[in-house]
Design a protein. Sequence first.
Length: 160
Amino acid sequence: MKLQKYLFLSIFLFLFISAFGQTIKQEKMEQLSYMTGAWIGTSKVYEDGVVTKEVPTYENIAYELDKNILIIDLKSESLQLHTIIYYDEKEQTFYYHPFSKNGARKLPAEFKDGQLVVQASETKRFIFTKSAAGGFKEYGEKLIGGKWEIYFEDVFRKVE
């Protein structure tokens, strides 16, 4: 009888802890809800603060696996990406996994000041934020001479 009680209690605690852990992960992932939807926009490439290339772009962003991951599918003339974002509870960080024709990477990210900041390297980062017009914006910055400078910017509006 004691063994059954111990086994029942162990299973209950395991399930409780597992459910609690999922809740934390889902809460963290919920912070990225502003990114979800079907988006259409323009992708701009900058050199020395001047737009050198501008192409139309489309992005579809949706949660999968009970909101445990966020999938981004980006398509434009110059770039196609399939990206998976998830939160690692053990490491207490987000991870950004972009897949392209050239391969894949795993990059750390953090949710800070209402935006997702992906650290591509010590001198490059990507920022996902809401736009002033109520849309969605993603941009990349390079650290040049101690100052962050934009080198690409994708501005989206919801597809209606």
